[in-house]
Design a protein around this ligand. Structure first.
Ligand SMILES: Nc1ncnc2c1ncn2[C@@H]1O[C@H](COP(=O)(O)OP(=O)(O)OP(=O)(O)O)[C@@H](O)[C@H]1O
Ligand SMILES: [Mg+2]
Length: 254
């Protein structure tokens, strides 16, 4: 049987800030429907890896392919098209404060996808309803809870028809009682077959959702494997120590 082609493939991504090598040649593949969860200590390079994967940060060496087509950083229109296909969700939502929920979702459809306004509105309303915000479309970010803001940000990414979603600690800025509503949306995406790479310390959620966990340490993927392996049978001491620590922080998990 022919090997299925990965949706996204990154090869030997290297990123330096001054003398410090923050990513030391990281390679990974995301296949259709994969949910890779990235864990690791603060400063190990998790956010940088996601930012480089979305070309928000320019890396020094390495290559990225989407559906086997290599992305050319120098080609602006190709880069914009790539960013639509690889949605990014940030810890702090990254919404426009002066725009309503509806306008936040609509704006990319109008400006980037060049949809007529009426069509853009219909699509935005559909995506907002999909994340359970049908009643809140006219509200501004200041009038929304953290969980609602994060769901607007997910609706905005979904409106662009992404092939992949990159999520960087999407619930870490939320009060505990709001985390669940964002997890439900992410679970729905997973059930719908969305390909995702997710940085999170919510280890119970991660082990339930992930088909593979990457443990990052000091700019490399030190160890990867099924949630069971990484959380309970890791080979490296560093992985075991880290997992023990986060299990203490999130009791009842894993
Ligand atoms: N713009 C920047 N300029 C200089 N150094 C940076 C920059 N961004 C990140 N770094 C450094 O790169 C390293 C990796 O940072 P990164 O934010 O990727 O870590 P992380 O694993 O996401 O950590 P956290 O769990 O705290 O979010 C850190 O040492 C950080 O100080
Ligand atoms: Mg980070």
């Amino acid at each position: 049987m022919a090997e299925e082609i990965p949706v996204l493939r990154a090869e030997k991504i290297t990123k330096r800030y001054g003398e410090t090598e923050v990513l030391k040649g990281i390679s990974f593949e995301l296949h259709k429907g994969d949910i890779k969860v990235v864990i690791g200590p603060s400063g190990s390079g998790k956010s940088t890896l996601l930012h480089c994967t979305n070309f928000l940060v320019k890396f020094d060496e390495g290559r990225i392919w989407l559906n086997e087509k290599e992305v050319d950083y120098a080609n602006k229109s190709e880069l914009y098209a790539y960013r639509q296909k690889v949605g990014m969700i940030f810890q702090d939502f990254n919404l426009f404060d002066h725009l309503s929920a509806l306008q936040n979702v609509q704006i990319g459809l109008i400006r980037v996808k060049k949809l007529p306004k009426k069509q853009a509105k219909a699509r935005a309303l559909h995506e907002l309803a999909r994340v359970g915000l049908g009643e809140h479309v006219a509200k501004y970010p200041a009038e929304l809870s953290g969980g609602q803001k994060q769901r607007v940000s997910i609706a905005r990414a979904l409106a662009m028809d992404p092939d992949v979603m990159l999520l960087d600690e999407p619930t870490s800025a939320l009060d505990p009682e709001l985390i669940g509503e964002v997890h439900v949306v992410i679970q729905d995406l997973a059930a719908g077959g969305m390909t995702m790479m997710l940085v999170t310390h919510e280890i119970g959620f991660a082990s339930f959702l992930a088909n593979e966990i990457f443990f990052m340490d000091d700019g490399i993927i030190l160890e990867k494997g099924t949630p069971e392996k990484i959380l309970s049978n890791a080979e490296c001491d560093r992985t075991r120590e880290f997992c023990a620590r986060i299990k203490n922080l999130h009791p009842g998990a894993g």
